[in-house]
Write a protein that binds this ligand. Structure first.
Ligand code: IPD
Ligand code: CA
Length: 284
């Protein structure tokens, strides 16, 4: 396993993640053009990129490179840049781009520092990160071993609040989030799994931002979350926030969280949800 940064460096990484995510999040709201169009599409016609995704990613890259020029950066909208420090930043300039396009206030900027090889599924882990929702002013942040914390937003004291997962102990009582990819054939499979799971959970939610879903598990606004097909930048910061808030964050069949599957839930329901999903999704 790669070296974990020391306590002081972890604090610096967390602070930089908070500052970069907050700056980019304010930018996408303040500078949103009146006529926001789709700049390009990616994997399918519904997988959109706006000019604000592109500009916010450049802003994140400039901020991180200015503070830590030896770190690598992998983002959703531009080519990866190599580094030599052992730290890679995984950045999603707008997670929940479709919500952003439609003006639904459930999108965020996700910024995480990770160790290991970010190009290898299971080969990296987050050590610091922040998820900023500019519509609510909430920033969820964490560093390895430091707990998860919420700053900003209505009713949050200036010193912030520690966040913790819910104590639900049966899957039938678990409000469960999920999400869907952009490819029709992938969605058909994901929809079948969701339909089969629905009778066994309190209800399902599809909010439209994986990073916010993971933070919702962290703060108890969801009891559980699962999704297949996530990219490292969707997952990295929210994974750490959820884990530091007491969630178990895994894949299926003892794998770590990755594109194949990510399951995040409090210890009271994680095992039951994994078991159900393993019964519904054949081993690769
Ligand atoms: C998407 C969102 C969505 C999830 C998709 C992601 P994007 O990211 O997180 O909730 O279901 O799997 O791709 O495209 O908005 O950055
Ligand atoms: Ca994303």
């Amino acid at each position: 396993m790669p070296m974990t940064p020391g306590t002081e460096e972890l604090g610096e990484l967390e602070q930089l993640a908070i500052e970069a995510a907050t700056e980019a999040g304010r930018f996408i709201v303040d500078e949103r053009p009146a006529q926001l169009g789709v700049a390009e599409t990616k994997s399918s016609a519904t997988d959109v990129v706006t000019v604000m995704d592109q500009q916010a990613e450049q802003m994140l890259r400039r901020r991180i490179t200015a503070a830590r020029p030896r770190d690598a950066i992998v983002g959703e909208e531009a080519a990866a840049t190599d580094g030599s420090s052992g730290i890679t930043w995984l950045v999603d300039p707008i997670d929940g781009t479709v919500n952003y396009l439609y003006g639904i206030p459930a999108y965020c900027v996700s910024v995480a520092a990770v160790t290991g090889d970010a190009s290898v599924p299971g080969g990296w882990r987050p050590v610091a990160g922040a998820v900023f929702n500019p519509s609510t002013g909430e920033v969820f942040h964490a560093r390895l071993g430091g707990g998860a914390c919420l700053h900003g937003g209505r009713g949050t004291p200036p010193e912030g609040l520690p966040v913790a997962v819910s104590g639900v102990t049966t899957l039938g009582q678990a409000l469960t989030g999920t999400g869907f990819g952009y490819l029709p054939e992938v969605r058909a499979r994901q929809g079948a799994v969701a339909a089969a799971l629905l009778p066994h959970v309190r209800d399902l939610r599809r909010a439209g931002s994986a990073a916010l879903d993971l933070c919702a598990v962290a703060s108890g606004h969801l009891d559980a979350y699962f999704e297949s097909g996530l990219n490292p930048w969707d997952l990295a910061a929210g994974w750490l926030v959820a884990a530091e808030a007491g969630a178990l964050v895994t894949g299926l069949r003892s794998a770590g969280p990755a594109a194949e599957m990510t399951v995040a839930a409090g210890p009271g329901v994680h095992g039951e949800l994994v078991q159900r999903l393993e019964g519904l999704i054949p081993a690769p």
